[in-house]
Ligand binder design. Sequence first.
Ligand SMILES: Nc1ncnc2c1ncn2[C@@H]1O[C@H](COP(=O)(O)OP(=O)(O)OP(=O)(O)O)[C@@H](O)[C@H]1O
Ligand SMILES: [Mg+2]
Length: 364
Amino acid sequence: MTGELDQPLLLVDADRPLPADENPSAGSGDTLLEVDNLSVRFKRRGRDPFVAVDGVSFAVRPGEIVGIVGESGSGKSVTSMAIMGLLPRRSALITGAARYRGRDLIGRSDGELSSLRGRELAMVFQDPMSSLNPVLPIGLQVTEVLRRHQDITKAAARDEAEDLLRRCGIPDPGRRLREYPHQLSGGMRQRALIAIALACKPKLLICDEPTTALDVTIQAQVLELLGELVHDLGTAMIMITHDLGVVAGLCDSVNVMYSGKVVETAGRRELFAHPQHRYTEGLLSSIPRLDAPRGEPLRPIPGTPRDVVAWSKACAFAPRCRYADEECVRPDLQLIDSVRPDHPVRCVHPVDSADPGREGDDHD
Ligand SMILES: Nc1ncnc2c1ncn2[C@@H]1O[C@H](COP(=O)(O)OP(=O)(O)OP(=O)(O)O)[C@@H](O)[C@H]1O
Ligand SMILES: [Mg+2]
């Protein structure tokens, strides 16, 4: 969890013009965001820095939904906060690049970043209560964003806010606009946050566990809504989750993170049909199946995640992996092509290393 990070209430300070060097048509081919060897270390008094994210690379194309999945503490939120420029500058040492439309976001000034946030990049956090301003009515929080980005009157912003809330599935939006966050249910608050994030039609939306605080039926509604909205607006999305069900229902491609590193990257269907990393394999086989024979025991992954520093040069999953041997602690373990096309994996003993020939049983 990232409770210790300083999160601003709203990521919408975008009244400044884009930096002069910002050319919206710039970019490498059709890539919207290219995260390249991104690492984040947190300074610790009297100790080596803590490596929270270690050499993460992935790309997001326009309109694509990219999943980042991994268990608690694997560095998912820190990765997204680094991209958005929201990590504390004094304690977080960031290296590598996060190129948005060809321009690196890392190391940019707060002014430059805030001119991109809201209009180009937006984020939905896990906990709607700590992301909404508790002392302002919902309406003001939505219209504030709209008026910062568009030259429109108060009345027009209010009409647009009402329309946005309606599109986000909030009944009686006129009344809800006058209410304060505590007067809304958890699901309504999360929808209001989504409305704020989408108000200016960002090109890239980062959702950090947006449904974890909600009950299962509301979760499904909010995910469906997000999927529809990003599809309608052509917005690309990074969906951060520890829930493979969310990935299965929404994402086009998936990055699996473990102890600060991406250990496997693949298209959604490919990942579910042919997981290669032993951690992903364990994750998938630990999901209870309705079609399993009665009495079949669940198969959890043994152990718990290790301190990242101790394993920074090796496979952090090795202590929990039944296939691990001395090869797994070699210092140059990289994310490399597996025997399967477009499916790199950071594993010495991937699932199909000995048996590349499992084809044709793709399923969703
Ligand atoms: N500001 C910070 N200072 C020091 N360490 C931090 C800071 N923020 C995060 N960390 C550490 O970095 C690691 C990765 O944290 P992160 O919040 O990215 O995990 P996560 O994958 O998002 O987990 P969760 O699923 O619980 O949200 C954790 O060990 C966390 O304690
Ligand atoms: Mg997190």
